[in-house]
Write a protein that binds this ligand. Structure first.
Ligand SMILES: [Zn+2]
Ligand SMILES: [Zn+2]
Length: 154
């Protein structure tokens, strides 16, 4: 985990007048030990591998903290749960492709998209501040086999 990110989080927690706890430490560690996108439940499972006493409530309290701190990005992919992305600090301009069936998420960058956005914005008299592109698709596994490897039964 990047020491700059760690410092930012602990400064933020201190500013909020919150104490350092081993549970929260484990959650923070798990949240940034991966470049994968995860749900709150997935983060809970990852944090419990570090510290088995981590509670679901602490995960749900810690996630908004990390989002408010600006180190974690909350993403709504139109599901009834949110995804969290730890990669925005390093790559603030990346885009996502998500498999609607198995939730596989792939990040991409493309200079053509940047050009297109700049052109469209300029034409309409705007300057790009932020952008998110989300492509909802089905992965090839689904196409070829009729089911995704990652898709959970039920
Ligand atoms: Zn991402
Ligand atoms: Zn899929």
């Amino acid at each position: 985990m990047d020491s700059g990110v760690r410092q930012r989080i602990y400064d933020f927690i201190q500013q909020k007048g919150l104490r350092k706890t081993t549970q929260r430490d484990a959650i923070i560690e798990a949240a940034f030990n991966t470049t994968e996108h995860y749900t709150a439940e997935e983060l809970l499972a990852m944090a419990r591998k570090i510290d088995c006493s981590v509670s679901r409530a602490t995960v749900y309290r810690t996630l908004p903290l990390l989002v408010a701190c600006g180190v974690l990005k909350e993403m709504d992919f139109g599901k009834d749960y949110k995804f969290y992305d730890p990669n925005y600090v390093d790559h603030p301009n990346h885009n996502h492709l998500i498999c609607v069936d198995c939730n596989k998420i792939v990040e991409f960058d493309d200079v053509n998209i940047d050009t297109l956005e700049t052109c469209i914005s300029k034409r309409l008299g705007f300057s790009v501040e932020r952008k998110t592109i989300r492509i909802e698709a089905t992965c090839d596994e689904l196409k070829n086999k009729g089911a995704c490897g990652k898709k959970k039964p039920g």
